[in-house]
Design a protein around this ligand. Structure first.
Ligand code: MTE
Length: 401
């Protein structure tokens, strides 16, 4: 399901009429002949539809866009190729002059900050690979409900803004402050619970956790949380709340749908299809070790026998130690060369040149190992929500005679 590339008009400014939206949506879905119910909007205007770049549309009701895995070929992902994950509607109106960020709860001094004040503070940059916890869910067998992300709910960007630690220091967190809650300005349809989550104070006060104002050197776009988002590096994307407007220090973990039952992992490995009681789970936090093959493309039919296998690998709060490539369906593995560009929390590019011995069909696989000794498994570690799936990646290609 790909959006047909269209004009260069910016994503954030272009609003389509309902009719244009309906046509666009059916065109996007029509590629695979899928019939989906049309989303219901109160007005004539749907969301701004991304205008180009062949992103895979997973949902238009609440915008969910996946990056085709072939785009995982650069250290920094261009914003227009960066996946989008929205649980609800983006804020329809947001005046940066009126916008405020409040900091309260278990603090001595409540703060209310303007965007101009945040911009004047010392800015810190973190290059972070952001991945949705559900990336790879489509590979869970049996099927689990949720957005059926394949490989591309992940991207790497340079995020800039004041350290959250600095704001918390200014607010003077009381000793009772143990967790930090984020609330965004999403528009909540009907009885859907608000997207509110919290992170422990230790992660909130880590020097790399930000209130990010910029992505890749420019103001955040609307899809990525303008004017400010939390950036919790190395952790599942859900920790990094967009359209941030309230930070509240709590004496315990926030209790709400997106903390429980949402975004939880079983304490022990479970059998595929097995139900897990919530008391036997914990919140999903740091990302797994994982690699993806960006090239050659799955199902590619290639003319040359000299093939450059390349992709990306990341490991959340750990670093990548090595990536191995197999060109014989996992029987033997050879080391890939890691790219020079590196930054803690960011993926590494990797590559390996391979000469196919003869024409025919091949399965190429990639497997990453990180500095904590974690290795990608060769089968899906199934869990009821399909989170943190990091099976070794594989593509099948045909080398032409
Ligand atoms: N923040 C708000 N306010 N609302 C959301 O729906 N989605 C979260 C997170 N922050 C979300 C949010 C999830 S699940 C992910 S994976 C990341 O945003 C995705 O960030 P992106 O859309 O900038 O790629």
């Amino acid at each position: 399901m790909r959006c047909a590339p269209t004009s260069e008009a910016t994503l954030d400014n272009k609003m389509l009429s309902r009719r244009e939206f309906v046509l666009g949506a059916s065109a996007a879905l029509g590629v695979v002949g899928a019939v989906r119910p049309l989303p219901s909007w109160g007005s004539d205007e749907g969301p701004a539809i991304p205008d180009k770049d062949g992103m895979i549309v997973r949902s238009l009701r609440f915008l969910d866009l996946e990056m085709p895995v072939e785009y995982a070929n650069s250290f920094i992902t261009p914003v227009e190729h960066f996946f989008v994950r929205n649980h609800m509607h983006e804020p329809s109106t947001l005046d940066p002059g009126e916008w405020r960020l409040s900091i309260g709860g278990e603090v001595e001094k409540r703060l209310t900050l303007t965007l101009a004040e945040l911009r004047k503070m010392e800015q810190h940059t973190v290059i972070n690979t952001l991945e949705c916890a559900g990336n790879g869910r489509a590979y869970a067998i049996p099927h689990v409900p949720g957005v059926q992300w394949e490989k591309g709910a992940v991207g790497t960007a340079r995020f800039t803004g004041p350290r959250l630690r600095y704001l918390l220091e200014r607010a003077e967190v009381r000793p009772t402050g143990k967790h930090v809650m984020f609330r965004g300005l999403d528009e909540v349809p009907g009885k859907v619970p608000r997207f509110i989550r919290s992170i422990p104070i230790e992660k909130a006060t880590d020097g790399d956790t930000l209130v990010a104002l910029e992505m890749n050197g420019a103001a955040l776009t609307k899809h990525h949380g303008f004017p400010a988002r939390a950036l919790v590096p190395g952790w599942i994307g859900a920790a990094s709340c967009k359209w941030l407007t309230e930070i509240k220090v709590l004496d315990k973990e926030f209790e709400g749908n997106f903390m429980s039952p949402g975004y939880r992992m079983p304490n022990q490995p479970v059998k595929a299809g097995e139900a897990v009681k919530v008391e036997n789970t914990h919140p999903a936090t740091a990302l797994n070790v994982k690699s993806l093959i960006a090239s050659p493309r799955d199902s590619a039919s290639v003319k040359s026998r000299v093939i450059q296998v390349q992709g990306v690998a990341w490991a959340g709060e750990a670093d990548i130690a090595k990536v191995e490539v197999s060109t014989d369906s996992g029987v033997t593995w050879q080391p890939a060369r890691l790219g020079k560009e590196q930054s803690h929390y960011a993926w590494r590019l990797w590559s390996r040149s391979w000469n196919a011995p003869k024409p025919g069909a091949y399965t190429i696989m990639s497997r990453a190992t990180d500095t904590q000794g974690r290795v990608q498994p060769d089968s899906v570690q199934w869990n009821p929500s399909g989170y943190l799936i990091n099976i070794v990646d594989r593509v099948q290609i045909h080398v032409q005679p």
